[in-house]
Design a protein around this ligand. Structure first.
Ligand SMILES: C[S@@+](CC[C@H](N)C(=O)[O-])C[C@H]1O[C@@H](n2cnc3c(N)ncnc32)[C@H](O)[C@@H]1O
Length: 265
């Protein structure tokens, strides 16, 4: 199949390729049969997208966010979750409790490809929309009616492709759209990677560019009033469990890896 995806949309092939190849390993740390199916269907060369460091990072960040979401869902079983910049992510199937509502939001061309791979589901909605626009908000908002829990927004592999001004726009839209409050869990890129993107083992094989990064997610919270940083965890915390390289990397470069940051308002 010929893929017609924009530059940043193509980056979704990186986690997709990683999750597919991990699933086919003898003892996979995560299982994503849908990723295997999509890769086989697309029939693309995954080598440029599946290199050691990216592979370990994607697996670690996936395990960490799955765990955090499962804990949230256990405490708030009727949660509404919005996956901002969903790409080909199949997290709903791993965390679903039979009650949550889920939205996969991405740019229209990404959703067009996604729709070919993911069947309709009564509690999952795909929204083809730029996350920086406010059009998608009313659809999510109306789904909150009758639900007690505040909405949760996840952004995995997204913020590094947005400028600080764009991140501020997104935060303000969330705050103004969901006035009862909410939680945002967003992956943070390291500032150093923005300058050294040509050394990134997989993103350098796409035409996308890192445009922002932080030393601390407090810099994101400071972009607008009323957003608080709750916690921040380096992906090293998980990555170091799996290989000597991961252990050494965490020891030598504790600040170099991406981080998961949780914000509330
Ligand atoms: C690196 S991929 C991550 C995909 C997915 N979250 C995952 O981890 O598998 C980045 C995704 O963000 C999406 N994206 C980038 N800018 C966006 C925007 N302004 N609105 C919605 N989605 C966006 C891209 O299309 C792409 O699917």
């Amino acid at each position: 199949m010929e893929l017609q995806l924009g530059d940043v949309q193509t980056t979704a092939l990186i986690p997709l390729a990683v999750k597919a190849s991990e699933t086919l390993r003898e003892n996979p740390r995560i299982r994503d049969p849908k990723a295997v199916e999509i890769i086989q269907y697309l029939n693309i060369d995954t080598k440029p997208y599946d290199k050691f460091m990216s592979h370990e990072g994607v697996i670690a960040r996936t395990i960490m966010l799955d765990k955090q979401l499962k804990e949230i869902i256990q405490e708030h079983p009727d949660t509404v979750i919005v996956n901002i910049g969903a790409g080909f992510d199949n997290r709903f199937s791993r965390v679903d409790n039979g009650k949550i509502l889920w939205f996969d939001l991405d740019l229209p061309d990404a959703i067009r490809v996604r729709k070919k791979a993911f069947p309709d589901h009564e509690r999952v909605t795909m929204i083809p929309c730029d996350a920086l626009k406010s059009e998608w908000i009313s659809e999510v908002k109306s789904s909150l009616r009758g639900r007690k829990s505040k909405p949760v927004f996840i952004a995995e592999g997204l913020f590094m492709y947005l400028t600080f001004d764009q991140i501020r726009t997104l935060l303000e839209n969330l705050k103004e759209g969901f006035t009862e409050g909410g939680t945002l869990i967003a992956e943070q890129n390291n500032k150093m990677l923005v300058k050294n993107e040509k050394f990134h083992d997989t993103v350098k094989n796409t035409n996308a560019h890192f445009v922002s990064g932080t030393d601390s997610a407090q810099e994101i919270a400071d972009l607008t009033d009323g957003i608080s940083l709750v916690e921040e965890h380096s992906i090293n915390e998980e990555m170091r469990k799996y290989s000597l390289f991961g252990k050494l990397f965490a020891l030598l470069f504790p600040k170099m890896n991406d981080r998961w940051a949780t914000f509330t308002w």
